[in-house]
Design a protein around this ligand. Structure first.
Ligand code: ATP
Length: 140
């Protein structure tokens, strides 16, 4: 089965949103294979979002992602990458509230930046992001 990387961002860990998000995960048939609550430091956030480093919102994004703990999860099901992206909804949570009212970002997110969750955008990204957080154990 396919795996994807999901992150509950700092804003998503407030207000019982974690329970709502996890219920949505289980109701949609995902299995949580791995889970880790961590505080990202600046270096980790910069590295994770390196593809956005030239964007105007980058420093704001790094500040947001390091503003509190995040819950990193590996989710597994058939078609996990696309199905998780569909379940979380569009990037801009304020627009999601209108266009995708049942999506996780519509329910728990706030705006274009504070959108409560992350999801890998392709199977290739999923592999890279999963090994970014869960280093393969080497045998020696
Ligand atoms: P993610 O990669 O977190 O799943 P995404 O693929 O929907 O989200 P990206 O375009 O990859 O969105 O942007 C990464 C994150 O950067 C967004 O989830 C959001 O938190 C933030 N972000 C994106 N665009 C903006 C913007 N214009 N202003 C502020 N923050 C933004």
């Amino acid at each position: 089965k396919e795996k994807t990387l999901a992150i509950i961002k700092p804003d998503g860990l407030y207000d019982n949103c974690t329970d709502k998000i996890k219920n949505a995960i289980f109701d949609s048939g995902f299995r949580i294979v791995k889970e880790m609550l961590i505080q990202l430091d600046e270096e980790a956030a910069v590295s994770f979002y390196a593809e956005h480093s030239s964007r105007s919102f980058f420093s704001s994004l790094v500040k947001y992602m390091t503003s509190g703990p995040v819950l990193i999860m590996v989710l597994e099901k058939e078609n996990a990458v696309a199905d998780w992206r569909a379940l979380i909804g569009p990037t801009d949570a304020s627009k999601a509230k209108i266009t995708h009212p049942n999506s996780i970002r519509a329910i728990c997110g706030l705006d274009l930046q504070k959108n409560c969750v992350h999801g890998s955008d392709s199977p290739q990204s999923a592999q890279r992001e999963i090994s970014f957080f869960f280093k393969e154990k080497s045998s020696g």
